[in-house]
Design a binder for this molecule. Structure first.
Ligand SMILES: C[S@@+](CC[C@H](N)C(=O)[O-])C[C@H]1O[C@@H](n2cnc3c(N)ncnc32)[C@H](O)[C@@H]1O
Length: 232
């Protein structure tokens, strides 16, 4: 029986289709642009890393290569179990069921916090930010990765799926809270058009996914994201 911690933001893409979300994760950013940008701000060698909303734990073993300790926090107990299975042979990874608003971690116990397309979407995530301020120690860094709806092929699709989305309000939200913005262009690179269509199908309604396929050739998609970061 799956349990979901209070305060979880429904995430139908990974909650309902974790296998297709795995295809998406494998296709995201094959050039390592996001990781390089984060490392330039605050490397995690020998550090304690927190991945908030870690889903099936795709990023945990990657952080664990250089970090001393990696903690994944995930409100969906089934996904947390998948994350544990993924990291079963990686001794410096632990996974906890919990939410951004009530992190199951002591004060000042984390060096680098990372949230990727999880809960921290702008207005409304203040309780999670207060928790990050509690658990991240001085000299550490908070990273939030989210879509930049103002540009790129993916950004255009995202705005078509969510016409009420207000990128300026989101930017104001992060700026007022002292976050710096690093606009990055990454790409999706799939093995096949079938994989692209499957992933579009978990991100968008079927009619939009079909339109994207008609309009966009090939297996790659340019994708604008914002890396928001702050060093407490
Ligand atoms: C789109 S998935 C991204 C998963 C993972 N970050 C990745 O990149 O593979 C969003 C994740 O955020 C989690 N989530 C939703 N609400 C949350 C909350 N309040 N606190 C922490 N995580 C949350 C979901 O359960 C889901 O696993």
């Amino acid at each position: 029986m799956v349990e979901i911690a209070p305060g979880a933001v429904p995430s139908p893409n990974i909650w309902n289709s974790p296998r297709v979300y795995e295809i998406e994760n494998r296709a995201v950013d094959p050039d390592g642009t996001l990781e390089a940008a984060m490392r330039a701000v605050r490397p995690w060698d020998g550090a304690t890393v927190l991945d908030v909303g870690c889903g099936t734990g795709f990023h945990l073993p990657r952080f664990a290569r250089d970090a001393a300790r990696v903690v994944g926090v995930e409100p969906h107990s089934g996904l947390a179990a998948s994350a544990r299975r993924r990291a079963k042979d990686v001794p410096n990874v632990t996974v906890r069921v919990g939410s951004a608003q009530a992190l199951p971690l002591p004060d000042a116990s984390v060096d680098v916090a990372h949230a990727r397309w999880a809960y921290f979407f702008g207005p409304g995530c203040e309780p999670g930010l207060a928790e990050l301020d509690r658990v991240v120690r001085r000299g550490g860094a908070i990273f939030v990765i989210d879509n930049d709806a103002t540009r790129s092929t993916f950004g255009g699709w995202f705005r078509r799926s969510l016409p009420s989305y207000d990128p300026e309000a989101v930017e104001r939200f992060w700026s007022r809270r002292g976050f710096s913005r690093e606009p990055l262009t990454i790409r999706w690179a799939f093995d096949s058009r079938d994989d692209l269509r499957a992933v579009l199908g978990i991100e968008f309604p079927a009619d939009l996914a079909d339109a994207c396929m008609r309009e966009h050739p090939g297996c790659e998609v340019d994708y604008a994201v914002n890396l928001w970061w702050r060093c407490p």
